[in-house]
Design a protein around this ligand. Structure first.
Ligand code: CA
Length: 509
């Protein structure tokens, strides 16, 4: 029953989407690309989604830079001892021998079963001068992080480090998170964990001691930046209204910017020592070694592309909606009929693709004014009373047409609209886009519902007061069942196909 309901809702929305997508002539370009065909009770229909590329392993596309450049071990060759046992010194590093070299690319290779491959720094020979290493990961493209950043250390985890981000290709940097065995001592910050954050402080920069404890490093070698937990905080534990969440994603620039980067920088400030005192007689115990770095994300395309290509060592969005630029951040030259704006997380029809429209047609669309009206400039306009805002043109010479209407007198309908005392959006017919629950399609523009149902397609059961709400697409009310956290994360993180209207919850969870 639940499955059937899901399919029906999907089909219903696909139907409404089809009706609503025909505002612009197809010749203007592909504005409705972010859809896929799905089979449902109604046959083959379209399923609309937010227009963004799939999340992917972004470490395939980065350039890594180390500072200082000669900080990688092996030149000259060196032998290292184990942190926990100064007499176990069988870790050799020699840059001239493949088997003994530890270059930076070994942080991003695919790990086989054994042995682990890793990058390694020189040892802390210059103690007490700090052993500082910056590892910079550059994409030369804005990307949006969708999952936790995870660093896996082969040696002990550093006692002090900072993870930083850049949004301007490395010109300026902001901290993402501080890590230390003692946050107060290292950074004069109170130690916190991501669990200490609230919905109001989820973008706060914290120092955590969770990933730096020296003596237990063998049990856990990872250092994380918790992105999923912050997303969950944003959504809130008692989220009832998915439409409101999408609305926030569309409007909460701070949140989107927080997870948007062009570069990441790992600043290693103090290696693991496992003790309060550093053993000055055996400094070859102290070094950094990283076996793996995970960065999951997607190209930022401003919701105007559903794919991103890697060509000539560069990522770029395959822009749709007549947009262009590496991030689809502007309108194409001849499509500047109105100002560029980002697309929407809400798929058609609730959201908008914000398609760039042709330069020569923009003013007409903006004002919905008939071009032929110019020639009647000084005469009575005789605008169609149903299709125009007023039957007079008030000295402007133009008839001002209502939505969906065109022609010199506003007497014609745009594609997707049908005449019914003015142009009404085509919402139903007796074949594909049926009215639901016994409703009857009237003139293809409205459903006449039975007394128990309401809504555009009679999809809403009139609510029993004790139930407190129905949560249909037009009700503006919350679904009765709050979404589960795993479902929410799926929606937010895993891919554009999962981002769609609140009405589709049953299909997802
Ligand atoms: Ca590796």
């Amino acid at each position: 029953m639940r499955f059937h309901l899901a399919l029906t809702l999907q089909a219903l929305w696909a139907g409404v989407c089809q009706a609503a997508m025909q505002h612009y002539p197809a010749a203007w370009g592909h504005y409705d690309v972010c859809k896929s065909q799905v089979y449902s009770d109604e046959g083959l229909t379209w399923d609309y989604m937010a227009c963004q590329p799939e999340a992917a392993d972004m470490t395939q596309y980065l350039k890594v830079t180390l500072d200082p450049p000669n900080i990688t071990c092996g030149d000259p060759p060196e032998t290292y001892c184990a942190l926990e046992n100064p007499y176990m010194c069988n870790n050799e590093c020699d840059a001239t021998t493949d088997e003994l070299a530890h270059p930076p690319e070994l942080m991003f290779d695919t790990e086989g079963r054994n042995p682990t491959t890793f990058w390694q720094s020189t040892s802390w020979k210059k103690y007490p001068k700090a052993l500082l290493v910056n590892i910079t990961l550059s994409w030369n493209k804005t990307i949006e992080l969708t999952d936790d950043i995870v660093l896996t250390f082969e040696s002990g985890r550093p006692e002090q480090m900072v993870l930083e981000k850049s949004l301007d290709y490395g010109r300026s940097w902001q901290p993402y998170q501080f890590y230390a065995t003692d946050c107060l001592d290292a950074f004069t910050m109170e130690p916190k964990t991501v669990q200490d954050l609230t919905q109001h402080t989820l973008l706060d920069i914290i120092c955590t001691e969770d990933y730096s404890r020296g003596y237990v490093w063998k049990n856990d070698k990872t250092v994380r930046f918790e992105i999923k937990d912050r997303f969950a905080l944003f959504a809130g534990p008692r989220l009832h209204n998915m439409a409101s969440l999408y609305g926030q994603l569309d409007t909460t620039k701070n949140l989107r910017d927080f997870f948007t980067i062009t570069d990441l920088r790992i600043r290693l400030l103090r290696p693991a020592t496992g003790a309060t005192m550093v053993d000055e007689n055996n400094l070859s115990r102290y070094f950094y070694a990283i076996s793996d770095i995970k960065v999951q994300g997607r190209c930022k395309c401003n919701l105007h592309a559903n794919s991103c290509v890697y060509d000539k060592e560069k990522l770029s969005c395959e822009c749709e909606h007549n947009t262009t630029g590496p991030d689809c951040g502007r309108c194409k030259k001849s499509y500047q009929g109105r100002a560029w704006s980002a697309g929407s997380y809400l798929p058609i029809p609730k959201g908008t693709a914000n398609t760039c429209i042709p330069s020569n047609i923009g003013p007409v669309i903006r004002q919905n004014v008939s071009s032929l009206g110019v020639a009647n400039r000084k005469e009575e306009c005789n605008c169609n009373p149903f299709g125009s805002v007023s039957d007079r043109c008030n000295g402007t010479g133009f008839c001002i047409c209502k939505e969906g209407t065109t022609g010199p007198k506003c007497q014609q309908c745009l594609p997707g609209y049908l005449w019914d005392d003015g142009c009404k959006s085509r919402v139903c017919d007796n074949e594909l886009l049926r009215c639901q629950n016994g409703g009857v399609c009237v003139n293809n523009v409205r459903c006449s519902c039975t007394s128990d149902y309401s809504g555009l397609l009679c999809e809403n059961h009139r609510c029993e007061s004790e139930l407190g709400g129905c949560g249909g697409p037009d009700s503006g009310q919350a679904p009765l069942t709050p979404p589960s956290l795993p479902g929410l994360l799926l929606l937010l993180l895993l891919g554009p196909a999962l981002l769609r209207d609140a009405s589709c919850w049953p299909a997802l969870l």
